[in-house]
Design a protein around this ligand. Structure first.
Ligand SMILES: [Zn+2]
Ligand SMILES: [Zn+2]
Length: 110
């Protein structure tokens, strides 16, 4: 007999293995509560994350189709590109700073 079946046959909660099982249930009330909260938490985080992903993708695709910048979603994108001139400049600026930092790091290491 498995532990689970052993506890079950004695109406003891197989989760905490201490309390009596709730009437008509396998687990005790405390464990049922904890299980419900954990399931709810799991569901809520996972659902919103999935929804967010879909939302982001749709927004990106819509912007691309309409020729709108996928970064600010406000200005017209440059022809054939995903971003507008202003966002492109900002991205380039950031990249330049990043590369400068990396270069400085490398020089310090040498
Ligand atoms: Zn329990
Ligand atoms: Zn933009």
């Amino acid at each position: 007999m498995t532990d689970y079946a052993w506890y079950r046959s004695r109406h003891i909660c197989p989760r905490c293995r201490q309390k009596d099982a709730a009437k008509g249930k396998v687990y005790c009330l405390d464990c049922l509560d904890k299980e419900a909260v954990a399931t709810m938490r799991y569901k809520s985080t996972h659902d919103t994350r999935a929804q967010n992903r879909v939302y982001c993708r749709d927004r990106y695709q819509q912007a691309r189709e309409q020729g709108i910048c996928v970064r600010c979603f406000q200005r017209q994108a440059r022809s054939g590109k995903a971003t507008c001139q202003i966002c492109f400049n900002k991205i380039r600026e950031k990249q330049a700073i990043y590369h400068r930092l990396k270069r400085a790091e490398r020089m310090n290491n040498d």
